[in-house]
Structures are given as C-alpha cells and as structure tokens.
Design a protein around this ligand. Structure first.
Ligand code: 13P
Length: 248
C-alpha cells in the first residue's frame, strides 16, 4: 500500500510574510492521513523547517547540485538542504530542464546525490504539448524515466511526479483517461525495472491541480497524490486539495 503524498512546489514565490500560510496549514491539518510536503525557495527553507518541525509537514528543496561541495556559485548541495531541515528535494522539474538545460543525465546525477545524501528525490517527468499532440507522450515519459531515475532508487527514497509541461500553470489538465494511461505506463516501467520496490514508489500527478479538480484526479488509478504549484501557496487552496487526497 503506497502512502499518499500532497506536495507543494512554491517555485520562485514567497518571502517571510508568506510563512503565515504554513502556520495556517499546520493548524488546519494537525493529524493528516496522507504525507504532506512543502518545497519553498531555498531562502525560506530553514525558516519554514523551523515552523514545521513538530508538525506533519515535511519540507524539501527545489533542486540540488550533483556534487557534495565545491566551486559552484549559486548552487546548493543535498547536504545543505538536509542541514536546512529538508527531507525531500524536487529534481528535474520541467522549468529547470527548460531554464537551466537539465538533461536526463544531469537529473540522474542529481538524484543519485540526493539519495546518497539521505533525501527523498521527487523526480519530475512529462511531455510538452508538441510531444502530446504528435502521440509521443508514452515514449517521452519512458525515456525520461529510464534516463533520470538512478539504480539506487527505492520506494522509500524516490517519488515520481508526472507533470505534463503544457498543464503547468495553464489551468489545462489532461483528460482523466490520459492521466490514467500515463500513470499505468509509469507503474509498469517501474515494476519492470525495480520489481517490488517499483510497486511501492509513489507516482504523483502535477499540472494545474486545484481544489476544483483534485477529487476527480485523485480518483484515477495509480495517482498517489499531487505535486501542486500555484494552489500550494495559500492554505485556503492547498487545504482542500489535502482533504480531497485524504478522502480519495
Ligand atoms: P501548477 O500547479 O501551478 O500548474 O504547477 C505545477 C507544477 O509545476 C508543480 O511542480
């Protein structure tokens, strides 16, 4: 049985004033029946972790370097994230793949570093609109999954997030049949490669998850939760998504 996970990716949003949202979320969810995760910008990670440390909310980074330390201006290592209170890290988000040229090989190396550093890697994959429209989705997801997920991945240290690029921040989501098809494909690939461990790895859906569509998305087979962007910034939005996942 996979424990469900509601994860929030704050992306490049949030300053100290926004930590009131985290306090509100904790107050509203004292004993959640699903795992909860918030990934703030690096500047807030330590302060957010101080607030969440006695709560059910875990914190995570949004990226880490593949090396442990060294001359890499602006980068952050897995050990630094852990030191700031993180237990998870998002890797290979499509925005990093697009903005920073991250290839599957880079995401693979970062994921290895995160896992060996004791973090849970949330590895993101997903097709562009062109790839969707040309019928390439399943192949793209397969290539990204095999190229990005390291051999050290287990059910305990790795989460997969399926995020169609065209659904991120657009208000558009795939049909429920399309979500089901991709999640089933990912599950088959994970089980083929990792056996029983692959059966236990959580696969999240991400892309325009809102309180209004969360219930129908969470009813789709093999959807083990969500990676939420915009709707994770406010407790009033993320709270109902958590409740929908608890009730799924
Ligand atoms: P939105 O929920 O804002 O579409 O973002 C999804 C996402 O990219 C989460 O990582």
């Amino acid at each position: 049985m996979r424990r469900k996970l509601a994860a929030g990716n704050w992306k490049m949003n949030g300053t100290a004033a926004d930590l009131t949202e985290v306090k509100a979320l904790i107050a509203a969810n004292p004993t959640p029946t699903v795992d909860l995760l918030l990934c703030p910008p690096a500047t807030l990670l330590s302060r957010m972790s101080d607030i969440t440390k006695d709560s059910a909310i875990a914190t995570g980074g949004q990226d880490c370097h593949m090396n442990g330390k060294g001359a890499h201006t602006g980068d952050i290592s897995a050990a630094m994230l852990k030191d700031a209170g993180a237990t998870y890290v998002i890797l290979g988000h499509s925005e990093r793949r697009a903005d920073h040229g991250e290839t599957d090989a880079i995401v693979h190396a970062k994921s290895e570093a995160a896992i060996s550093g004791g973090l849970i890697a949330v590895i993101c994959i997903g097709e562009t609109l062109d790839e969707r429209e040309s019928g390439a989705t399943l192949g793209v997801v397969e290539t990204q999954l095999s190229g990005s997920v390291p051999a050290t991945a287990t059910a305990a240290n790795t989460v997969i997030a399926y995020e169609p690029v065209w659904a991120i921040g657009t208000g558009k989501i795939p049909t429920l049949e399309q979500i089901a098809e991709v999640h089933a494909h990912i599950r088959t690939l994970l089980v083929t490669r990792f056996g029983e461990e692959g059966q236990g790895m959580r696969v999240l859906y991400g892309g325009s998850v809102k309180p209004s569509n969360a219930t129908e998305i969470f009813a789709v087979e093999d959807v083990d939760g969500a990676l939420v962007g915009g709707a994770s910034l406010k407790a009033a939005d993320f709270g109902p998504i958590i409740t929908a996942l608890e009730n799924a």
